[in-house]
Design a protein around this ligand. Structure first.
Ligand code: 6PG
Length: 251
């Protein structure tokens, strides 16, 4: 695996790890999730949506990885959600529940973003309260991360979670969760998203990019373009897991 720092920024350097392919990326991500769980007294894992993490979710839900997770102690959250019912195929937590959470995790440990409130803003307020109840405070302490690991993806426009380019939500510094009325990329449904400060409150932020379709956006990130995915980073460790196809590296 090749590795190297993309850029040193305030607080954390972003480290890129290139994996041979998507399967190797999912295995590396699973090992990192499990390492964070094993190091934590009360593991809090923030999942992401989209298709990229689904290979990882399938690994977490079966041997040998599933038996390495203390499911009783581990709590699962989601970094952003489409404002649709959980049984809607576009639901991020719905996909994670179907792939592994419902089979492996106690229901009380699965913290979905509610999509039954009247508006995305009301849903965001409710999830923010849920997070603060779990954390035990209303203010994030840099010395005490909210999550042990936050998984992140990158859209072709450079969005991450549901933080789209030029969105006002990108500069939100107080709120932990915000409602997003208009998505700038498929699926065009309202969203609910954690903000950059809440996502940054983690031991490790783990981006996952795979496939040729992500080559262009990865090049833009590497060139230093000011995109949401480039702004997002952990207050501690930020890792970009990129397979060779997305990194445009020949085998
Ligand atoms: C979402 C995700 C989003 C995702 C990227 C990449 O709700 O869509 O949270 O941020 O990570 O769009 O999606 P893919 O993995 O499907 O390319």
């Amino acid at each position: 695996m090749a590795a190297g720092d993309l850029t040193q920024t305030a607080g954390t350097a972003r480290q890129v790890i290139v994996t041979a392919d998507a399967d190797a990326l999912a295995v590396e991500a699973a090992k990192r999730v499990i390492a964070r769980i094993s190091q934590s007294k009360r593991p809090a894992i923030c999942l992401t949506g989209g298709t990229t993490p689904q290979r990882l979710y399938a690994l977490l839900g079966r041997a040998p990885f599933s038996s390495q997770i203390d499911w009783r102690r581990t709590h699962w959250f989601i970094g952003d959600e489409r404002f649709v019912p959980t049984n809607d195929p576009r639901s991020n937590i719905g996909a994670a529940k179907a792939i592994f959470l419902d089979r492996c995790a106690p229901a009380a440990n699965i913290h979905a973003i509610p999509t039954d409130p009247a508006t995305p803003h009301a849903a965001a307020q409710r999830y923010e309260r849920d997070l603060q109840d779990f954390y035990g405070a209303h203010r994030l302490d840099p010395a005490r991360p909210l999550f042990d690991i936050v998984l992140m993806g990158v859209g072709s426009d450079g969005h991450t979670a549901s933080l789209f380019p030029q969105a006002a939500a990108l500069t939100e510094r107080q709120r932990w969760v915000v409602g997003i009325e208009t998505a700038m990329l498929e699926p065009f449904v309202p969203r609910v998203s954690l903000t950059l400060p809440a996502l940054a409150s983690c031991g490790e932020m783990l981006f996952m990019l795979e496939g040729k379709t992500k080559q262009a956006i990865f090049k833009r990130i590497q060139a230093g373009e000011d995109l949401p995915a480039a702004r997002a980073r952990s207050n501690n460790v930020t890792i970009w897991l990129v397979d060779r196809a997305a990194a445009d590296q020949q085998p």
